[in-house]
Design a protein around this ligand. Structure first.
Ligand code: URA
Length: 253
């Protein structure tokens, strides 16, 4: 690739700033000053800019535990975005794979690998997404059977079969963030903890499904997406690069 693209991809400036810098002799390729922005360089060559070595990263993959209050976008004029949370990123073309609502927490993959994101999100692939939620009202096995059949949430088609599991009522062992959500519920309102596995990703799908059976969501967290499980060591707002093994699982999808 061109030397100016190499440096621009690594976030060292705009294309025109970098072109100027290169022409002024700020770039070295394999130890020699290179003043031509169009010079072809490969990822294996040693490149430095403004006195610092620059290694090329074609793709980056981060697992983020999205906290509530940030939006799943690359930029936003009002709110902080999930990308603002990723401090050490090299690439400027990262994006979140799919969206979680502003008030939803949990697993979000951040990458610049378009084909991989497409495979994870493609409706044809039916990649399982597992959510844990706290909902108002009493969820029963009858609801679970209805979800298994598919329900009407106002779209053209019924939802695909979804697996609903009712979790133990003992909220004393619920994660702190679940208990925090509970504060919003008036005393005396019954709540149920559930786990829901979806094979599709329609807009606000969990909230709309629970609303359709009269049990609105008060807290929602995504636990997994296909083979990728939210690392329990990550607190809301924390992230880490994917491991080689996790990446391999995703590539095999
Ligand atoms: N379903 C929802 O309703 N919201 C999310 O953020 C994700 C799934």
């Amino acid at each position: 690739m061109r030397l100016d693209k190499f440096l621009c991809d690594m976030g060292l400036g705009t294309r025109s700033e970098i072109k100027n810098g290169i022409r002024k002799g700020m770039a070295l390729v394999d130890g020699k000053v290179c003043k031509r922005p169009e010079t072809q360089v490969s990822e294996e060559q040693q490149v430095s800019y403004q006195g610092k070595p620059v290694s090329y990263t074609a793709f980056e993959y981060y697992m983020l535990h999205k906290p509530a209050g940030v939006v799943s976008a690359t930029e936003d004029s009002r709110d902080r975005t999930v990308l603002d949370l990723i401090q050490e990123k090299k690439r400027k073309d990262l994006f979140p794979v799919g969206r979680l609502d502003k008030d939803t927490e949990g697993l979000l993959l951040i990458t610049n690998d378009g084909p991989l994101a497409h495979r994870l999100l493609s409706p044809k692939k039916h990649v399982d997404k597992v959510y844990e939620a706290l909902v108002k009202g009493q969820v029963t096995e009858e609801h679970a059977e209805r979800f298994q059949q598919g329900i009407d949430i106002g779209d053209e088609r019924l939802t695909l079969p979804a697996k609903l599991t009712i979790l133990p009522e003992d909220l004393s062992r619920a994660p702190a963030e679940v208990l925090h959500a509970l504060e919003e519920i008036q005393k005396g309102t019954s709540v149920t903890r559930i786990r829901l596995t979806l094979r599709e990703g329609r807009f606000h799908q969990v909230k709309r499904m629970m609303e359709a059976v009269g049990c609105p969501v008060v807290y929602l967290k995504r636990l997994s997406m296909g083979p990728l499980l939210l690392d329990p060591k990550l607190k809301p707002g924390e992230y880490r690069p994917l491991t080689q093994e996790e990446l391999q699982w995703l590539k095999e999808l």
